[in-house]
Design a protein around this ligand. Structure first.
Ligand code: SAM
Length: 349
């Protein structure tokens, strides 16, 4: 996965960029950046209008979110203008886009000290992870354990690898509960026809998020991603590929995105452990509503009294509708990890 996405010919570092292949919230509507900007303004006030106020976008794609935030900051008449204090940093493995404004910094490494917002939209689902599956039960035996899945990078054909490490076994025991469901006894671990219930070991995402949270001295770390919780892990996992707007088999040959949903509660616990304070988990639908983007249609009566205003409100509502659709982007998780601030006032409706 690492080589397929970030190696020399990797999907994310050598191609045109995520927007050509799939639609994230950032691409779907400027209402997303507007809501994030509202959060930035509230956080800025909660932190006492620091100089600089950082916005660090981890896995920034082509810098689209930061670009829009910079534009919004210039139109903001806040009490202590943010535009002059804003320090924008894209953390991204892909090369810097030539058209990006020079005041947006571009780096592959997380900054050491962040005061403000660290945001990661659809980053963690692209942090490489290992898959495992139960080994067949030995004849007459009752025990089974997990073995890694190996994959042929050219074809995507899988086979059983070595047993998982003690650390990964511990992660699975805590975060992906339930006894391994081994394939039928009598099969061999390498039999490609055996049905296997794969699990996705989220330890690498926990570590990545903990490392990001560690950089926030004061402020908020926000991850927005699709994911699942311990009580409802998806059977057989979620590994898949995307190319050119379509879902494709996850063959790790560099030709497609390879992604797996995030074990959000596990990631959240890792971040909270570093920050030393509790996290908040919301759906994107709830979060955007709290930030003033509710997607509600304007009352029809407005059409009679203010037709132009009605049309404007209708256009704004449909722009938000895709972001808040519970069956789509609205079902994404917002993981808010505060450091030295309270979340409730930031997300008050
Ligand atoms: C799905 S895209 C999301 C882009 C953007 N945040 C958005 O929401 O449209 C994931 C991005 O994360 C980047 N990425 C993944 N791991 C990274 C890492 N460790 N450091 C920096 N960028 C990373 C990839 O190169 C890719 O551009």
């Amino acid at each position: 996965m690492d080589a397929a996405l970030y190696g020399p010919a990797g999907f994310f570092v050598s191609g045109a960029g995520p927007a050509d292949h799939f639609r994230t919230s950032v691409h779907a509507s400027p209402a997303f950046a507007a809501a994030v900007f509202r959060l930035v303004s509230r956080l800025d006030a909660a932190l006492g209008f620091p100089t600089p106020f950082d916005v660090v976008d981890v896995g920034a794609g082509r810098g689209e979110l930061l670009h829009t935030l910079a534009t919004l900051a210039h139109t903001d008449p806040g009490p202590v203008p943010l535009a002059r204090r804003l320090r924008l940093t894209a953390v991204e493995l892909a090369p810097r886009p030539p058209t990006l404004p020079p005041h947006i910094a571009w780096t592959t490494a997380l900054p050491d000290a962040v005061t403000g917002l660290l945001v990661a939209t659809e980053w963690l689902d692209n942090v490489p992870l290992d898959l495992a599956a139960p080994t067949p039960t030995s004849p007459g035996g009752t025990t089974s354990a997990y073995r890694y899945r190996l994959v042929d990078p050219g074809t995507g054909v899988e086979s059983a690898g070595p047993p998982v490490t003690v650390q990964d076994a511990a992660w699975l025991a805590r975060w992906w509960p339930g006894p391994p469901r081994p394939p039928a006894a009598g099969g061999t671990p390498d039999d490609p026809d055996l049905p296997v219930a794969r699990v996705e070991i989220g330890r690498s995402r926990d570590e990545a998020w903990a490392d990001a949270v560690r950089r926030v001295g004061r402020g908020l770390a926000l991850a927005v991603d699709y994911g699942h919780l311990r009580q409802a892990r998806p059977v057989d996992g979620t590994l898949t590929g995307y190319r050119g707007g379509r879902q494709v088999p996850p063959v790790p040959d560099g030709s497609c995105d390879i992604t797996a949903h995030v074990a959000v509660d596990s990631v959240a616990a890792a971040g909270a452990g570093v920050a030393g304070c509790a996290y908040t988990l919301l759906s994107q639908r709830e979060a955007l509503r709290a930030l003033g983007a509710d997607g509600g249609r304007p009352p029809l009566s407005l059409a009679g009294t203010d037709p132009a205003g009605y049309l404007r409100a209708l256009a704004a509502a449909s722009a938000v509708a895709e972001l808040t659709d519970p069956a789509g982007l609205g079902g994404h998780h917002w993981l808010l990890q505060p450091v030295g601030v309270a979340v409730d006032p930031l997300m008050a409706r």
